[in-house]
Design a binder for this molecule. Structure first.
Ligand code: ADP
Length: 484
């Protein structure tokens, strides 16, 4: 099958979260199953600099009246995946992040930046195949690609099948209704049977409404988003589309996340030769200026620092960390209040609290390896990746029982024979503290080693999930399209 993935992030070219990891790894897993999968990604400055073997540009004209637009065929570094870089200097060639300017504010023209992404995909897919390659399936990821199923539906002629994946329903791509025409859509699309979501235009809603098939990144989250509690106002649409909604758990890239070959670690290790893990802890303690002692239990956290991620619950348990003599290492950035609280905690307890504010890929690997426990206390979590990285790196996950966390971590007290971590249900300080305390009880005992071995032997590879995506593609190609 020929599949075009369309996404705003793609590891290792551009990453702010799990979306990039998925779009980086899934094409490779599908290509191992014999499919020809290519990825269209915006040509942000960093992407243009890092893409490998760029070929001659192919002009797409000026589809949205924002300036000349072209596709640069290239390759993903370190892989055979073919990438189409969407070059439009007026929208993408600037200093800053994919979604925000250097001051952390949303780009004022995000509606154009991501409409162009979907529009370019439409041109590639239908308009005489300007690249000499036309997909049978287009796979749109998150709101940034949400207009793609809508553009293709409006195209009205033969078109590829469309699949829309929700990585996080909370981000709906909301814009003022007056912008509908600016992105080349008829005003009629701004309706409940289209892109309208409680009075604003939502790119995600458009995608969910028009896509032939919808997927999200775990079975539990697929159920949760049909409820009032987690549906973000889209639960009605998602329930109506339930026959075409599939929860497929993310895999992890087990080449990038492999402690036996990880270049970010001071020494390789695996389940049989675990000694290198202690070296990773030592290096982490040294680098962050903490007490260097391999026998101290260490909690790690690598995350965006937002309310979703339950950072307040971690802050509420700083006394537990301090009083128990444990250590906590946090890598992340986000809400100023959390950053400040963590900086203060570090200032007061430098031997026990380590905090690196910012985004640091190699350090994220070191935290997974150096910690004994990895915290993921999210209020909601579509899939979550760090709890899987943790298990592969022999660190026991401590997670809230929600979304993909519920699908990938079994509590070792509740189900002693298969558990590999600790989970809790209520989003309270006490409940997280209880799970951390239970973790500490096992530390340094044969039970910890048993859980660690079991965690490291789990297979979180992409194989089974790639097969399920393949089934969804086939289904979208042959099955009827039901618009609600
Ligand atoms: P989300 O996509 O909601 O942010 P996920 O758990 O699905 O959460 O994915 C987060 C990804 O981003 C993981 O690969 C994690 O290691 C990485 N990550 C998060 N924060 C940082 C950071 N500060 N530095 C490096 N990597 C980070």
């Amino acid at each position: 099958m020929r599949v075009l993935m369309v996404a705003s992030e793609l590891f290792p070219l551009v990453k702010t979260g799990g979306l990039a990891d998925v779009v980086g790894a899934l094409p490779r897993a599908l290509s191992r199953r014999g499919h020809d999968v290519r990825v269209l990604v915006p040509g942000y400055r960093g992407v243009l600099e890092a893409a490998e073997s760029p070929g001659p540009p192919v002009s797409l004209g000026d589809p949205l009246g924002v300036g000349p637009t072209e596709i640069i065929p290239a390759k993903l570094p370190g892989s055979d995946t073919r990438v189409y870089v969407l070059r439009c200097p007026s929208l993408y060639d600037r200093q800053g992040g994919p979604y925000v300017d250097p001051n952390g504010h949303d780009w004022g023209d995000n509606h154009l930046r991501f409409a162009l992404l979907a529009r370019a995909a439409t041109i590639i897919a239908v308009a005489g195949a300007p690249l000499g390659w036309a997909p049978q399936v287009v796979h749109a990821h998150d709101w940034q690609a949400g207009l793609l199923p809508a553009y293709l539906q409006l195209w009205g002629r033969t078109r590829p099948a469309t699949v829309m994946t929700v990585h996080n329903l909370h981000f709906a791509g909301r814009f003022h209704p007056a912008l509908t025409s600016a992105v080349g859509l008829p005003q009629s699309l701004f309706s409940v049977n289209g892109a309208e979501l409680y009075g604003v235009m939502s790119y995600l809603k458009a995608g969910l409404y028009f896509a032939d098939r919808i997927t999200t990144v775990s079975p539990t989250y697929a159920g949760e988003i049909q409820t009032d509690a987690h549906g973000e106002g889209l639960q009605g649409l998602l329930s109506a589309r339930a026959p075409h909604l599939h929860g497929i758990i993310n895999g992890i890239d087990d080449e990038v996340w492999n402690p036996a070959t990880d270049p970010a670690l001071p020494a390789p290790y695996d389940a049989n030769q675990i000694a290198g893990k202690a070296q990773a802890k030592r290096e982490l303690q040294e680098k962050l200026g903490m007490r260097v002692d391999p026998s101290i239990p260490m909690f790690g956290l690598v995350s965006r620092l937002t309310g979703q991620k339950g950072i307040d619950l971690v802050l509420g348990n700083l006394p537990l960390v301090i009083d128990s003599g444990a250590q906590l290492v946090v890598l992340g950035s986000g809400a100023a209040a959390y950053e400040l609280a963590l900086s203060e905690a570090r200032r007061h307890h430098p031997q026990q609290i380590g905090f690196y504010r910012g985004y640091h890929e190699p350090l994220s690997h070191k935290v997974m390896a150096g910690s004994d426990f990895v915290l993921v206390p999210s209020r909601f979590e579509p899939c979550g990746l760090t709890q899987m990285y943790a298990q592969r790196y022999g660190s026991l996950p401590i997670v809230r029982h929600t979304g993909g966390l519920a699908d990938t971590v079994t509590d070792s007290w509740a189900v002693p024979s298969v558990g590999t971590g600790f989970s809790f249900v209520d989003p309270t300080n006490w409940a997280l503290g209880n799970a951390m305390w239970r973790g500490l009880q096992t530390y340094g005992t044969p039970r910890y080693d048993e859980l660690q071995q079991r965690a490291m032997h789990r297979d979180f590879g992409w194989g089974p999930s790639a097969k399920r995506y393949e089934q969804v593609y086939v289904d979208a190609l042959v099955g009827p399209v039901h618009l609600v």
